[in-house]
Design a protein around this ligand. Structure first.
Ligand code: HEM
Length: 635
């Protein structure tokens, strides 16, 4: 009997804040696993390797494809395809759902609320975690898709010119602000590739979307998802990743095909980078953190090779990779997730532990770590609301020295190498406040996303999120409410338990029936659960995902069980527990000297700026191999 894992107390945790009817249904194993289809996609040959594979395969010894790149997403609830197979959902009545762009304009306008506590780093590290965990197949997510559903000037292409099974264009309503100013009526949208597209299933089996990256929190965005990509990223000397060097600084390696990858460059000599993830050039702060992660790897590799001169390139590389991943997991679970999902909730559901300096042996080989479609295609995307449209440039003394407009720099990372921008944007990450978590979204991403240099407008990320959730036929908001322990809404008023009257009125105006309300719309207008940045349904989905991602990862850094875990000594593990986001920024900026301890939180009296060297750091001397053989003996 296979068990796919459930964060143990999430439904009761939600009940503490919201009071569903006693008839609330508690979910029991109605989730769907991706494992059956996975065989079609990859067939790994597993050896008892000491280190993680690049694609995530062989992590689970019984089901080696669990969590592997190129496998399908899992689901909490069955898909809602209109035809039961692959057609996007329609309303209960059979009518079309409201246009995704109308939902975006109605529910997610740009009203600016700045977060009083959290810095831009929370938003930006969230995108790093996302790019580590999932990438829907066939979606470009930063550059224009080769498949066109609209003309370049925003008109719907006639049906004989499009691929009907791929195109699912986002249509603009009459009176849309973009139509009024530029006559645009269509935004390109290409459907995600599924196991049906790859002929992995046939007949009437519903399509399941494929994720092309390793599902684990394993820095696949740094190291690549295949041995081939990994090979392109390495120097094969001293355990280092490849770099480019300009102006005495270390940058990510240069792409060969600049204009195809960095679509907004003005000359093919501009920097445009190569990394483990194809989205690396999408926006400046993302590229900045990818650079920090690359520099951290090479910093670790240098230190390890100094300590162990007898280690070969591969050993240094893998040990540095292992430490880098462990720090990333530590920061994700103990520094970042508590701010989003609440400390009490995380402890109660076993996502973090009071370890008292010991290992935490909670790996469960029956838990499937596969990314849940409702997580990747709705819940985690909710944090698109945290994005700010203008990035400050910040000096060492935290003065604002100008700012840059996000939509001027999509897919054009050259800005990082100009002047002192790299450090000024690094300090901005830990100084500038992010947007407060509300339903409101910055127009830089709802009106100007991926705007080309000569265009007035761009795409709409919220409309894209809604359309993507339809493309993936996610279960409805009402179904997920029930899954998460809230009561099923029979009338729109029943949503009032967790949604404000104004928003319920908007939902009632948009949708014909409570069952038609989409997960991506309903969950994004819920009141926030205390101590968290999300409403109850998103909290339930995100907690479930990060629970599975931890418990289902044999190499999770805190696991000390012999023969299963990553193999850190207890002393090494306790050093890793000193890692912090603040120290990462300090160690890998060009010349960042001051930083507060909690870089995800703004500078205050209780979180003051201080010299970088005062921040806790990992003592790498614990990685010096006890039995030292001189180099000449190992040859
Ligand atoms: C400036 C910042 C960001 C930009 C420009 C951006 C843009 C995008 C775009 C274009 C997509 C693909 C849309 C589609 O075609 O379906 C996407 C997907 C996604 N984004 Fe963001 N995003 C940003 C930040 C974030 C943050 C902060 C988070 C979460 C904390 C996040 C979570 C996600 C997730 C989960 C996906 C789905 C990935 C997949 O499975 O394919 N993003 N984003």
């Amino acid at each position: 009997q296979s068990y796919h894992g459930k964060a143990p107390f999430i439904t009761s945790y939600i009940k503490e804040f919201f009071h569903p009817s006693p008839s609330a249904y508690f979910p029991t194993g109605n989730e769907q696993s991706s494992s059956e289809e996975a065989q079609c996609e990859i067939e790994p040959t597993c050896t008892d390797a000491k280190y993680r594979s690049y694609d995530g395969s062989c992590n689970n010894r019984i089901n080696p494809t669990w969590g592997a790149a190129q496998t399908t997403f899992a689901r909490l609830l069955p898909p809602q395809y209109a035809d039961g197979i692959s057609a996007p959902p329609v309303a209960k009545s059979g009518n079309e759902l409201p246009l995704a762009r109308v939902v975006s304009l109605t529910l997610f306008p740009d009203i600016k609320y700045i977060d009083p506590r959290f810095t831009l780093a929370v938003m930006q590290y969230g995108q790093i975690i996302t790019h580590d965990m999932d990438l829907a197949a066939g979606t470009t997510q930063s550059i224009p898709h080769a498949t066109r559903c609209c003309t370049n000037d925003g008109q719907l292409l006639s049906s004989d010119l499009i691929i009907p099974s791929s195109c699912f264009a986002i249509l603009l309503p009459e009176g849309d602000p973009q139509t009024l100013k530029s006559n645009k009526k269509c935004m390109n949208f290409v459907r995600t590739i599924t196991n049906r597209d790859r002929n992995c299933v046939s007949g009437t089996e519903p399509a399941e979307q494929i994720s092309t990256v390793s599902h684990f929190v394993d820095l696949s965005l740094v190291y690549g998802n295949t041995p081939q990509v990994n090979g392109q990223l390495r120097e094969f000397d001293g355990g280092r990743l490849l770099i480019s060097e300009r102006n005495g600084q270390v940058w990510l390696p240069q792409q060969s095909n600049v204009s195809a990858v960095c679509t907004n460059v003005q000359s093919s000599n501009e920097p445009c980078y190569l990394a483990g993830d194809v989205r690396v050039n999408q926006n400046p702060q993302l590229t900045l953190l990818q650079t920090i992660l690359l520099r951290e790897h090479n910093r670790l590799a240098y230190a390890l090779s100094q300590l162990n001169p007898h280690w070969d390139d591969e050993t240094v590389f893998q040990e540095a990779r292992k430490i880098n991943i462990a720090q990333h997991q530590h920061i994700t679970y103990y520094e970042y997730l508590p701010l989003l999902l609440g400390v009490t909730n995380l402890f109660k559901n076993g996502l973090v532990h009071h370890s008292d300096g010991d290992y935490v042996n909670d790996y469960n080989e029956n838990v499937d770590p596969t990314i849940i479609n409702e997580h990747a295609t709705s819940a985690f995307r909710f944090f698109h609301n945290l994005i700010v449209g203008f990035l400050n440039l910040v000096t060492e003394h935290r003065e604002v020295n100008g700012n840059i407009r996000l939509s001027d720099w999509f897919n054009r990372p050259a800005i990082l190498e100009e002047r002192d921008n790299f450090d000024e944007l690094t300090r901005s990450l830990s100084t500038q406040a992010q947007r407060k978590s509300t339903q409101f979204v910055d127009s830089e991403i709802t009106q100007f996303l991926f705007r080309q240099p000569k265009q007035l407008y761009g795409a709409d990320l919220k409309a894209t999120d809604i359309q993507r959730a339809r493309d993936h036929a996610l279960a409805s908001y009402n179904d997920l409410r029930v899954f998460c322990g809230l009561r099923r809404a029979r009338t729109f008023e029943d949503f009032l338990d967790v949604i404000s009257p104004e928003n319920v009125a908007k939902l009632a105006a948009l949708y014909e029936h409570p069952d038609d309300v989409e997960l991506s719309a309903g969950s994004a207008v819920e009141a926030l659960v205390p101590e968290t940045l999300v409403g109850p349904v998103n909290l339930c989905i995100l907690t479930e995902q990060f629970y599975r991602t931890r418990i289902g990862d044999r190499f999770f850094y805190e696991n000390g069980a012999p023969d299963t875990g990553p193999g850190f000594s207890l002393e090494q593990l306790n050093e890793i527990r000193k890692a912090s986001f603040a120290r990462w920024l300090c160690d890998n900026g060009n010349n960042v000297e001051l930083m507060q301890v909690r870089a995800f939180e703004v500078v205050t009296e209780s979180n003051p700026l201080g010299p970088c060297e005062n921040l806790p750091s990992i003592d790498l001397s614990l990685w010096k191999e006890k039995k030292y053989f001189p180099v000449w003996l190992t040859k």
